[in-house]
Design a protein around this ligand. Structure first.
Ligand SMILES: [Zn+2]
Length: 241
């Protein structure tokens, strides 16, 4: 009987450990698997970051909007969409925004073998570098999921892993007001902690090209107005490392 109890206790510890591991692998601000870039210590610095593009239904319009407010942003792009719409990628880069790697096909990296992770990162880097003719410096793992092997693969390619600390939840169909409200709450929290804000939004959608992102654009415009009013600085992740 004793053996069974010990076994059960052991299994409990193992399962508990796994739960902690999974939580840490997914929590955007966890640092236990190695350092990732989130934000600086100036609460007046705001990085708007857009994932899952390029998207012909939103990215060019977003560029116009950012231009109108003189703001720079960071775009984490999916390699297969980069291959489909290289002209949009070049427009983003030419406008002075930062373009980063978001893998080739946007898989969950929590349960993938090391060679597949390397292939995903490398293929996206190649797509971006072929398109832009310059080296890529930043990487954001799809869904924020990472393990030591993911961070190692990124570093092997000279990529700085980037997470976030404010979310718009704009991958859900919640409307512009709710997106803005989520970000508003996140900005208050990051300010309280004495951090800049690294704001996660989406100009694309990982499953398909052409997804409508009107709500994200509306929320972005409200944020840009607010930054202007408050004297906040819209920065790219380059401001932090
Ligand atoms: Zn993504």
């Amino acid at each position: 009987m004793r053996g069974v109890v010990e076994f059960a206790a052991g299994a409990g510890v193992t399962l508990g450990g796994l739960a902690v591991f999974t939580k840490a692998a997914l929590h955007p601000e966890s640092q236990i698997f190695g350092r990732t870039l989130i934000a600086g210590i100036n609460p007046d610095e705001m990085a708007l970051t857009y994932d899952d593009g390029p998207n012909d239904a939103a990215t060019m319009e977003l560029l116009e909007l950012l231009e109108r407010y003189g703001a720079k942003a960071t775009f984490f792009m999916i390699g297969r969409f980069v291959r489909m719409r290289p002209e949009i990628v070049r427009a983003v880069h030419a406008a002075g925004h930062v373009v980063g790697n978001h893998t080739m096909t946007h898989p969950w990296l929590t349960n993938k073998p090391a060679d597949l992770i390397r292939t995903e990162l490398k293929a996206c880097n190649e797509a971006l570098e072929d398109t832009l003719g310059c080296a890529i410096r930043y990487f954001r793992p799809p869904h924020g999921a990472r393990r030591p092997v993911v961070l190692r693969a990124a570093r092997e390619l000279g990529l700085v892993p980037v997470q976030w600390n404010v979310m718009g939840f704009d991958w859900e169909p919640i409307g512009a007001d709710k997106i803005y409200e989520h970000i508003d709450g996140g900005l208050a929290r990051s300010r309280k902690r004495g951090q800049g804000a690294n704001i996660l939004l989406h100009d694309g959608f990982d499953k398909t090209m052409g997804t409508d992102r009107t709500d994200t654009l509306i929320a972005t415009e409200r944020l840009l107005e607010r930054f202007q009013r408050d004297g906040a600085r819209a920065v790219t992740v380059e401001a932090w490392g």
